[in-house]
Write a protein that binds this ligand. Structure first.
Ligand SMILES: Nc1ncnc2c1ncn2[C@@H]1O[C@H](COP(=O)(O)OP(=O)(O)OP(=O)(O)O)[C@@H](O)[C@H]1O
Ligand SMILES: [Mg+2]
Length: 267
């Protein structure tokens, strides 16, 4: 279980007059994510979603508060323990292209966490890479390519296979489908739901798109200005959102936003 207790993250920035300003990117967030459920975090740009994801992953340290994995505060973990926990909680970053090392083939990108976080031998590594490449529908020929030789959707699939290759209990997807065209988006979303059905990791799906959030998970968090303003269990439709800000998000949806229907995937 991942627990956040009164977690805040403050950045110091300089304004035009070069005077120092504080940005409260995340403000006193408390939540618990268990490995059996899937969650979505929704909020407008700049509301603190990616910062929250980086805090959960231990990439950044909170200014205040505690983050615990299975009851252990990650700030107090030694590097070996943190390494083992990293294998259990993986993340797919917002920008697939910058998340992938331009010098590594798709094969090596997927193999890298296996090499760094587990003690798997070469043949075990090979079978794991091919197993997960098949799950995300990447061919052996595509596995030999460098990131710039792959499409945006294929790069995303490499990132997903890479996160899954160490069999995590939980995956944080940060804007996993933003910037992709509508058909590829749907394909990736369904792939993630299918993987969950196959028992490969529950997830926290971060998005600014309320339709996508509803499609992906039943447990929804709405974030505004660094705080969680609404938590909805078993969300099924717009009617389940009650906070004023959530209603504003719904009202600001474009009239032709893609129509994701939960029943189209056998969850
Ligand atoms: N390294 C940083 N230094 C200073 N300010 C930062 C830093 N990272 C984020 N911020 C600020 O913190 C706030 C939250 O940013 P964050 O990236 O978490 O938002 P987000 O909800 O992920 O937005 P988006 O939907 O655009 O990805 C923003 O005001 C941002 O400018
Ligand atoms: Mg973000």
């Amino acid at each position: 279980m991942i627990e956040l207790k009164q977690v805040s993250k403050q950045y110091r920035v300089k304004d035009r007059q070069r005077s120092k300003l504080k940005v409260n990117a995340v403000h006193q967030v408390s939540l618990a994510l268990c490995y059996q459920k899937s969650y979505a975090l929704v909020g407008e740009s700049g509301s603190g979603k990616s910062t929250l994801a980086r805090l959960i992953m231990g990439i950044e340290k909170p200014t205040n508060g505690e983050i615990c994995l299975d009851g252990r505060n990650i700030a107090l973990m030694r590097s070996r323990e943190l390494r083992l926990k990293r294998a259990e909680v993986q993340m797919v970053l917002q920008n697939a292209q910058s998340a992938l090392d331009p010098r590594l083939s798709a094969y090596d990108s997927i193999a890298e966490p296996i090499r760094c976080l587990t003690k798997t031998d070469k043949s075990g590594e090979r079978s794991k890479v091919f197993e997960f490449a098949e799950k995300v529908r990447l061919t052996s020929e595509q596995l030999r390519r460098l990131p710039h030789e792959l499409s945006g959707g294929q790069q995303k699939r490499v990132c997903i296979a890479r996160a899954m290759s160490v069999s995590p209990k939980f995956i944080v997807f940060d804007e996993a489908v933003s910037g992709l065209d509508v058909t590829v988006r749907k394909e990736i979303l369904d792939l993630i739901l299918q993987l969950k059905k196959d028992g490969i990791g529950a997830f926290l799906f971060i998005t600014h798109d309320i339709d996508v959030a509803l499609y992906m998970a039943d447990q929804l968090f709405v974030m505004k200005d660094g705080s969680i303003v609404e938590w909805i269990e078993n969300a099924a439709s717009y009617d389940d959102f009650h906070h004023e800000y959530s209603r504003q998000l719904i009202q600001s949806l474009p009239p032709k936003s893609p129509n994701y229907r939960k029943e189209s995937v056998n969850r």
